[in-house]
Design a binder for this molecule. Structure first.
Ligand SMILES: Nc1ncnc2c1ncn2[C@@H]1O[C@H](COP(=O)(O)OP(=O)(O)OP(=O)(O)O)[C@@H](O)[C@H]1O
Ligand SMILES: O=C(O)C1=C[C@@H](O)[C@@H](O)[C@H](O)C1
Ligand SMILES: [Mg+2]
Length: 173
């Protein structure tokens, strides 16, 4: 069984995915970390040296690879994963358990202002401009995120409570 978490940068996919996999005794895989290990480079360096198109190509290949294994897996995707090529279709084809972690622009901008360094798409955006950037970007991406089987509203909730909400929605069908 595969549980896939999608959502904007900073929505909590990695944090929640790790904790949930521990709780369910599933394997855990973070697609960004898998790319970093497989390519032997940090994401910001892949963007800088090989370009975003190369990153998106690899992201697509690794997504296909990890979704076609037999293991029980919680997969935390990258913030852009569902928004390129046929990635969202691939996710939906492989599991009924795709969850969109939805967080408000305000909370995303607050979280991301402290953690821009390893996120190449926002690295150079001044904190004051982050809410506007996130708002526009999220608007474009919501079309893809909202195709998930379930949307979990995450503002002002502890990871443990979000995990409990997800657990009751998981289906083995
Ligand atoms: N429910 C939550 N409440 C408050 N803070 C949270 C919550 N979930 C995650 N965070 C914090 O938000 C930040 C971003 O979380 P995380 O790295 O898990 O996001 P992500 O969705 O994996 O981002 P990316 O797409 O860039 O990989 C971290 O500092 C994390 O501790
Ligand atoms: O939102 C995005 O497009 C990205 C989010 C991160 O998880 C990384 O996958 C990368 O920095 C790109
Ligand atoms: Mg992450």
């Amino acid at each position: 069984m595969k549980i896939v978490l999608i959502g904007y940068m900073g929505s909590g996919k990695t944090t929640i995915g790790k904790k949930m996999a521990d709780k369910l005794k599933f394997d855990f895989l973070d697609l960004d970390d898998y790319i970093i290990e497989s390519e032997g480079m940090a994401i910001r360096d892949i963007f800088k040296e090989k370009g975003e198109l190369y990153f998106r190509k690899k992201e697509h290949e690794y997504l296909d690879e990890v979704l076609t294994t037999e293991q029980n897996l919680v997969l935390s995707t990258g913030g852009g994963t569902p928004c390129y090529g046929k990635n969202m279709e691939t996710i939906l084809k492989n599991t009924p358990n795709a969850f969109y972690l939805r967080v408000s622009i305000k909370e995303l901008a607050q979280r991301l202002s402290k953690e821009k360094e390893y996120r190449p798409l926002i690295k150079n955006i001044p904190d004051d401009d982050l809410p506007e950037f996130v708002g526009k970007h999220l608007f474009e991406r919501s079309f893809f995120y909202s195709k998930a089987a379930h949307t979990i509203m995450c503002d002002n909730k502890e990871p443990e409570d979000i995990i409990k909400e997800i657990e009751v929605l998981i289906t083995s069908a």
